[in-house]
Ligand binder design. Structure first.
Ligand SMILES: *Cc1c(COP(=O)(O)O)cnc(C)c1O
Length: 374
């Protein structure tokens, strides 16, 4: 038996290349920040926060240690009451409901729709007299149907906190993800579209009181005079990471453009493969502006396809290790979410990042078509 090496290797995500692409600029930043000894809550953080807030058109952006902490501090800052139910999509990272549980609330998982985001009908059906909030998860770089979700929130007197960890720059109806609710949260985990070299996140809000509370919470409950006025955490965005993120934010439009181009190419090359369901294309409608944090498809014989692509040198991932939140037995959810269950037998993420080229997409599409004999 002869084993031939694949013609290419296209890793799902290439962490080393992320640094190598702009190594000199990054090293200049390290030198500058480290020589100034500017490590914690210095001007680089303040500048990045200002640029981030301006970019999405929000009054406050507050850098935090990571998005998971950011969500927890957001729930605390909005004053989620003990036992309050929060509706969230089960197709998300466990961090989303964990933040609710740690804040004393009760996370209630619901189904996602065909675009893999929270299904507004499922929200409506899950509301009880203990429901206080909805946590849309702006997954894969797409923003949920916020017209319908805001309408539900208004009619049923609920508030929103957005897990927009995957959606910096994504828009719905010309409005940025993260700006619809009382607070929104972004992640700067390395594989996120805006990714630093370690952990990082931000909480955004238009509410001065919520912003004030998050500022206290992230820094031990200390106010600007250094007086401790409440219990807090230590969850600050490192000044060095902020400086790196500030550089990346300057070229962020190019990053989004590249991802949208790749998504358009996948759409064109795979759109007529009957065994697949693709995410909406970049020009599918004028309401959504998607940034394609991930390109998550559904596929017949998903595991077979995955093995076939792996042999061809193409890395793929099944999000969250292949399980929706309600499927983790240790978390003791007792709900039946058949649509999400079915989706998790079929979903797969194809390579989508700055190091992927249009040639790579052609190669991947060719191998997918070959697998299905298309
Ligand atoms: C990445 C992610 C998080 C967690 O972000 P961290 O910064 O790693 O804490 C939360 N929710 C979603 C949807 C994510 O993708």
């Amino acid at each position: 038996m002869t084993v031939t090496a694949p013609a290419r290797t296209i890793p799902f995500f290439n962490y080393k290349t992320a640094f190598a692409a702009r190594e000199n600029e990054y090293v200049a930043i390290f030198r500058d920040v480290l020589r100034r000894g500017a490590f914690i809550q210095q001007k680089d953080l303040a500048e990045f926060e200002k640029h981030l807030a301006d970019y999405i058109g929000v009054r406050h952006a507050i850098g935090v240690g990571n998005a998971t902490d950011g969500l927890l501090m957001a729930w605390k800052a909005v004053g989620l009451e003990p036992g309050a139910e929060v509706i969230f999509p089960s197709h998300t990272m466990v961090a989303s409901p964990a933040s609710v549980a740690h804040a004393g609330g009760v996370p209630v998982p619901v189904e996602c729709g065909p675009d893999h985001l929270i299904d507004p009908d499922a929200i409506e059906a899950a509301i009880t007299d203990r429901t206080r909030a909805i946590m849309p998860v702006q997954l894969n770089g797409r923003t949920a149907d916020m017209d319908r979700i805001m309408d539900i929130a208004k009619r049923r007197d609920l508030f929103l906190v957005e897990d927009s960890a995957q959606a910096l720059g994504s828009q719905f109806g010309g409005r940025f993800a993260g700006t619809f609710g009382r607070a929104g949260v972004f992640s700067f985990y390395p594989a996120k579209v805006l990714g630093c070299f370690g952990d990082g996140g931000a909480v955004v809000t238009n509410d001065d009181t919520i912003a004030e509370r998050v500022l206290l919470l992230r820094d031990h409950g200390r106010n600007s005079q250094g007086d401790v006025v409440q219990w807090g955490f230590n969850s600050r965005l490192d000044n060095l990471q902020a400086a790196i993120l500030d550089l990346q934010l300057r070229d962020y439009a190019d990053v989004i453009r590249h991802r949208r181009t790749l998504a358009g190419a996948y759409d064109e090359l795979l759109g007529n493969v009957a065994e697949l369901a693709l995410p909406p294309g970049p020009e599918a409608d004028s309401v959504h502006f998607d940034i394609y944090q991930n390109y998550e498809i559904e596929a017949t014989d998903r595991d077979g396809l995955r093995t076939h692509l792996s042999a061809a040198g193409v890395g793929t991932i099944i999000q969250w290790g292949g399980k929706a939140v309600h499927q983790f037995a240790g978390l003791h959810f007792r709900v039946s979410l058949p649509k999400t269950d079915r989706m998790f037998q079929r979903c797969l993420m194809l390579p989508m990042n700055m190091t992927v080229t249009l040639d790579d997409v052609e190669y991947i599409a060719l191998h997918i078509r070959k697998f299905y004999g298309a």
